[in-house]
Design a protein around this ligand. Structure first.
Ligand code: SF4
Length: 396
């Protein structure tokens, strides 16, 4: 197995220093932000917000801001907003139960039988203000130790039903290449693991991180898939397109998981432009998630009906390749649930009565209900059957 001979459990390196290695010039203070965004007034509430939930943004992502206020979809995603301090007594910091009910090892989530999510770091290039794990990211004390990552690998090795390992965080691409490679190698060394996935926003907020060296590393441990999170068409810059292209050329399929965010992308036309733009750079629109109901993101949340309306628009406007699945993560660790418009109106006289994309009522003759015989039993001999001497007459 490539890389499996690496003798060191985890290459040396302070966690915090590692976290910042790829982003030495990022902006982490609101005073510096105000210097870079003329016209921005930093309020006490913004400072309180940044004290509760860390602030950092890459110069690249900051450069995408056109208007220095929350009407700008890029500004809204990266600049602290006092809305983050809204207290909703019904929401806990871990409303999804990620790190309680389904976490057999600290930082590892085993919610579905065949896959696990491994939190490999708490650092990210930019701290998204809508982040589901905002209570954890950017806080060095929470950085997983080598022993914790060892425990992740041991857990996966001792559970052969796990076929899919998702490296998440924080952003795993903040790890230095050698640490990332070491983790990939150890998971790839487990015979029962089929695929490795990397969840990262680096193509969006730090596309320069997707360089040839990184892609060559990922390529050594195929099949490796990458999920990212473009939320607005303005994020699809030439640099981002180059990053995606580089990944694809190294055989890493790139899928997009958009979060539906109030004031960022909650208009059907915006989402259509995003999905069309993703297709142009060969990134598959995979999921459109309702914003998770966790503390600190209440001002980003939208009614489910808005997500359904946007999905209906996408289904009318785009071919199936460009339409993501709309889903909500149910609270109390209920898992992802697909949601969408209902096109089935009922059954009548053996026909399914439906509404089509134009709003017309249409029907479909249902298949025979007597399926008791089931599908034909598979042949014991996998070779193609020899032609019959007397083929049966065609039906009818
Ligand atoms: S990159 Fe991901 S983990 Fe990091 S702050 Fe953004 S959404 Fe959260």
């Amino acid at each position: 197995m490539p890389g499996s001979a690496n003798p060191s459990p985890h290459p040396a390196g302070g966690a915090e220093a590692d976290g910042y290695r790829h982003m030495p010039e990022r902006i982490t203070s609101l005073d510096e932000l105000a210097r870079r965004l003329p016209g921005l007034v930093v309020t006490d509430d913004m400072r309180r917000t940044a004290r509760r939930y860390p602030f950092a943004v890459t110069p690249y992502y900051l450069s995408l801001i056109e208007v220095p206020d929350p009407s700008d979809p890029i500004f809204r995603q990266c600049v602290p907003d006092p809305g983050e301090l809204i207290e909703n007594p019904e929401l806990s910091a871990d409303e999804l139960g990620e790190f309680t009910r389904y976490s057999p090892v600290p930082g590892l989530i085993h919610r579905y039988p065949d896959r696990v999510v491994c939190m490999t770091t708490v650092f990210c290039p930019t701290y998204c203000r809508h982040c589901t794990r905002k209570r954890l990211v950017g806080k060095p004390a929470g950085e997983p130790t080598s022993a914790v990552l060892d425990a992740h690998v041991d857990y996966v090795r001792s559970h052969p039903g796990i076929k899919d390992v998702i490296l998440s965080g924080g952003d795993p691409l903040t790890l230095p290449d050698e640490r990332l490679e070491h983790l990939l190698a150890r998971f790839r060394d487990i015979p029962s693991v089929d695929i490795l996935r990397v969840g990262t926003r680096a193509p969006v907020t730090l596309p320069s991180r997707i360089d040839d060296a990184l892609c060559a590393t990922l390529e050594k441990y195929h099949p490796v898939w990458l999920n990212t999170q473009f939320n607005h068409p303005r994020e699809l810059t030439p640099q981002a397109a180059t990053a995606c292209d580089r990944l694809l050329r190294h055989g890493v399929p790139v899928s997009n998981q958009t979060v539906l965010l109030r004031g960022v992308n909650d208009a059907p036309e915006t989402m259509e432009a995003l999905c069309r733009g993703l297709l142009r750079v060969r990134v598959r629109p995979y999921y459109l998630f309702q914003c998770d109901p966790v503390a600190g993101v209440e001002h980003f949340r939208t009614p489910v009906a808005r997500g359904v309306r946007i999905l209906e628009h996408l289904q009318r406007a785009l071919g199936g390749l460009g339409v993501p699945r709309l889903a909500a993560d149910a609270v109390r660790a209920g898992g992802k649930v697909p949601i969408g418009p209902s096109y089935v109106l009922g059954h009548k006289n053996g026909r399914l009565v439906m509404r089509n994309a134009d709003g017309e009522t249409v029907t479909y003759p249902d298949g025979p209900s007597d399926c008791s015989a089931g599908p034909a039993a598979p042949s014991r001999d996998p070779r193609p059957a020899a032609p019959r001497r007397n083929p049966p007459s065609p039906p009818g």
